[in-house]
Every structure is written in structure tokens, then in C-alpha cells.
Design a protein. Structure first.
Ligand SMILES: NC(=O)c1ccc[n+]([C@@H]2O[C@H](COP(=O)([O-])OP(=O)(O)OC[C@H]3O[C@@H](n4cnc5c(N)ncnc54)[C@H](OP(=O)(O)O)[C@@H]3O)[C@@H](O)[C@H]2O)c1
Length: 215
């Protein structure tokens, strides 16, 4: 299985403003992201991203649409709203809610009644290693993780990420409560940090730098 993380951040490392506005990528970059989505079997996001952005996680923005990746939400208790765009289209597009044992039967029933599938792994938070294993068993080969910061940390910490693609936008928004590319518990020392190999750097006409790292 290949796991790729893609995220867009400001020059000061934020992936959303303190108010939760996360429209960071230009249309040129969005086209690249959507092309990348088209090469994935599944796109995974955290529940806070769903609550903040109500994403569709489909392939759009002029990208070639040759497939329809499964949308996966990491959501311990199944609090994804029935009114979310993901669940509203769950009868047409493959949708998975990865939950933990904290999910109630009522939420499992509510989510499954929309056509989405519920996978359960983990006691408290979702046990991602197990979810990736289940997805692999289901035939998923390429997973694109699209944040937010908490999910990025958990996936990176597992040590199973193959590639990290970061768009750095030429803008600074500040705000100590603004979410950064990687949140979570963090390491104490720089020397403990996850080493990255810079494989490629591209810049586009909008002054965005796209950094391609291997892990
Ligand atoms: N610019 C970008 O590229 C980009 C991309 C995506 C999101 N964003 C922004 O990022 C913000 C959301 O990011 P976020 O860091 O607050 O949240 P997040 O990563 O989207 O979601 C985190 C939540 O997922 C659930 N979760 C369950 N198991 C988990 C596990 N093992 N590891 C991590 N999370 C787990 C937890 O909620 P439960 O305990 O309730 O399950 C956790 O609080 C939004 O403002 C969004 O707009 C920006």
C-alpha cells in the first residue's frame, strides 16, 4: 500500500486561519490536487476537517476524471452529520467512516442508512494502523491523506507514509490557534523529528512552491 499526504499551508505553516478558513491553494494548485486524487483509491480526512469544510472529496477542477476514489473519514464517535455533503452522496459514491469502539449503535445505524460503510478499530481514538490494514485487505492500494493537522500527525507517526506533498502559499496569516500542517503531541527534540528527503520542488505562476518529500 502507498500512502501519500498532501496539504496546503501558508508560509508560516498554517493550514487554516484562526477562524478555520482553509482556502489556501490557488486554482492551479487545486487542479494538481484533483489530478492526484484521481490517482488515489481512497482519500482520507479527519472529522474536524469535515465539520469545518464540509468537503466532497471528489475529483473536480478540470482534472481528468477516470475514477472515483472512496472517501474515508476518521471519526471515533461517528459524529459526522447526516447533512454533510459526504453522507448526502454516500449512496452514489463509496464512503467509509472509520470509527473506534466509542461509536454508538445508533450512529452506526444512522451512518449506514446513508449507504456509507462503518469500520471500527481502536478503543478511544481510531486505530489507524488497523484501518490501513483493513483497507489494504479490501483492495485499496493508494491512499491520499488530506489532513487536517491531527490526522497528519497520527499517520506520520505510524512511519508508513511514502510521500508528503506540501504546497507553500506566499501568504502569512499568523494566529497561535490556527491549525498547522502537523499538530498532535509532537516530539521534544529536533533530532527525534521525522526525517524527510526533498525529491522535487516546483513553483507555479501564482508564487506557490510545491515541495515533494519522500520519507
Ligand atoms: N490546507 C489544507 O491542506 C487543509 C487540509 C485539511 C484540513 N484543513 C483544516 O484543518 C482543520 C482541521 O484540522 P484538525 O487538526 O483540527 O483536525 P483533523 O485532523 O481534521 O481531525 C482530527 C479529529 O479526528 C478524530 N480522530 C480519530 N482518531 C484519530 C487519530 N487516530 N488521529 C487523529 N485524529 C483522529 C479526532 O476526533 P474524534 O475524537 O471526535 O474522533 C480528532 O480530533 C480545519 O480547519 C480544516 O479546514 C486544511
Amino acid at each position: 500500500m502507498k500512502i501519500v499526504i498532501n496539504g496546503a499551508m501558508t508560509a508560516d505553516g498554517k493550514i487554516a486561519t484562526k477562524r478555520g478558513n482553509s482556502a489556501i491553494s490557488s486554482n492551479v494548485d487545486l487542479r494538481r490536487v484533483h489530478q492526484l486524487r484521481n490517482s488515489a483509491d481512497a482519500i482520507m480526512v479527519g472529522i474536524s476537517t469535515v465539520l469545518a469544510d464540509d468537503p466532497q472529496l471528489t475529483v473536480r477542477f478540470g482534472a481528468t476524471v477516470s475514477r472515483s476514489p472512496t472517501r474515508v473519514v476518521v471519526d471515533s464517535t461517528g459524529r459526522i452529520p447526516s447533512s454533510s455533503r459526504l453522507l448526502k452522496k454516500a449512496n452514489e459514491l463509496n464512503t467509509i467512516v472509520a470509527a473506534s469502539n466509542r461509536i454508538s449503535f445508533a450512529n452506526i445505524r444512522r451512518i449506514e442508512s446513508t449507504g456509507a460503510k462503518v469500520l471500527v478499530a481502536g478503543r478511544n481514538k481510531v486505530e489507524l494502523r488497523k484501518i490501513f490494514r483493513i483497507l489494504e485487505e479490501m483492495g485499496y492500494k493508494r491512499i491520499l491523506v488530506e489532513g487536517g493537522g491531527e490526522l497528519n500527525w497520527s499517520v506520520l507517526k505510524l512511519g508508513i507514509v511514502d510521500e508528503l506533498i506540501i504546497t507553500m502559499s506566499p501568504r502569512i496569516v499568523g494566529g497561535r490557534s490556527a491549525v498547522t500542517l502537523v499538530e498532535g503531541e509532537g516530539y521534544d527534540r529536533i533530532s527525534e523529528g521525522i526525517p524527510l528527503k526533498l525529491r522535487d520542488v516546483r513553483r507555479n505562476a501564482n508564487g506557490e512552491m510545491i515541495l515533494f518529500y519522500e520519507l
